[in-house]
Write a protein that binds this ligand. Structure first.
Ligand code: ACK
Length: 349
């Protein structure tokens, strides 16, 4: 494979056009939206001045997610965040990729970088799936999509003359906010949207290496956007160096990634299919109950794969199985996956 693009992005000077002054960045809360092992994400806003023709300028406040490293972080984390910035700039814009708004490197000598990203108000796909299992509408029986027992739950809820319990309010809040049907077609739409984003990244020779529903965010219209790319590969090597392989997201990694730390668009295809498996199980953990051991990789080599999810059709599971071919060259590319999923969607509708 040709991974020189990553090196290219990394060795490019930081593009000053993306620099945003610290004085134009506001943190909305000291409480983070969430934190990973290396970074912290806050809700914030960026002030942007728009010059009008009549000379009167207006100030616009743009909601953003601010990604930064924890104070006193290891230099590796800082380098990785800077690398993520460069890869995001290099990759360019796409509607299925969380957009970078800018970056603040003013205080880089104090170990601070602020990466400003488009804010995705509906949170992560993982969260959505796990919180909306009750109102999900379809199940698959004998390879066919049928409505499940909950099919009328939402309309009952809407029409109910009785006071609504807080629990039900929570269950249905997404519907009240505008998603019409949470059914198998919605699951398939997300798979297609993510494949579109990955097809773009593949064409730009950018490897994600950490595809999972926790790294897919939902915008205002509940459309999927891929986030957290570019930073992982390097951190894996670091993690593996200081810790053990159990610290890696091994449930999502291809055989060659776990064994040899080899990452490529074809290993992203493997991770993508695990992501699809999460989608079609409504956010189950892949290989539940399994703990890391060398036996896991031997099992994969002997052909063990994730079972068919409860909420998908055979055609879709067959695509997933091909994404889990041991030989990376045998796996479909994202363009092929996208074509097949679109055909499947048409045939099911
Ligand atoms: O599941 P969440 O609410 O969505 O918690 C995680 C957390 O920050 C750590 O990654 C949230 N997050 C990350 N990036 C964004 C973003 N661009 N817009 C909204 N939330 C985000 C993520």
């Amino acid at each position: 494979g040709d991974y020189s693009v990553e090196l290219l992005a990394q060795n490019k000077p930081y593009n000053e056009a993306y620099e945003i002054s610290r004085s134009n960045i506001k943190f909305d809360s000291k409480i983070p939206l969430g934190e990973g092992e290396f970074g912290v994400v806050y809700k914030g806003s960026v002030m942007r001045q728009n010059e009008a023709e009549n000379g009167v300028s207006t100030i616009e406040s743009i909601p953003v997610a601010v990604k930064t490293v924890k104070p006193n972080s290891n230099i590796t984390c800082l380098r990785s965040l800077l690398k993520e910035v460069k890869v995001m700039i290099y990759a360019g814009m796409h509607p299925r990729i969380v957009q970078m708004i800018g970056c603040c490197t003013e205080n880089i000598r104090k170990g601070e970088i602020l990466l400003l990203m488009e804010f995705c108000p509906r949170g992560s796909l993982e969260d959505f799936l796990q919180k909306n299992r009750v109102p999900f509408r379809n199940i698959v029986r004998k390879g066919r999509i049928v409505e499940n027992a909950e099919q009328t739950a939402y309309s009952n809820y809407q029409q109910s003359p009785y006071p609504i319990s807080n629990e039900n309010k929570l269950n249905y809040q997404n519907w009240d906010q505008g998603i019409a049907n949470f059914d198998i077609f919605q699951l398939l739409r997300w798979c297609i949207q993510i494949a579109e984003g990955m097809e773009f990244l593949e064409s730009r020779k950018v490897i994600h290496s950490d595809l999972a529903t926790r790294n897919v965010l939902l915008d205002e219209k509940f459309e999927a956007k891929i986030s957290d790319f570019g930073l992982s590969k390097q951190l894996y090597c670091y993690t593996q160096y200081v810790k053990k392989r159990q610290a890696l997201p091994w449930r999502y990694l291809s055989i060659e990634s776990i064994k040899n730390m080899e990452f490529s668009s074809q290993s992203d295809v493997w991770g993508y299919a695990v992501l699809c498996w999460e989608i079609f199980t409504l956010g189950e953990k892949p290989y539940p109950g399994v703990v890391w051991s060398d036996q896991f990789i031997r099992n994969l080599e002997e052909g063990m794969r994730l079972p068919k999810p409860k909420y998908t059709v055979t055609e879709c599971y067959n695509i997933m199985l091909r994404c889990w071919e041991e030989d990376p060259a045998m796996r479909p590319t994202f363009i092929e996956i996208l074509g097949e999923l679109n055909d499947l969607m048409t045939s099911l509708l």
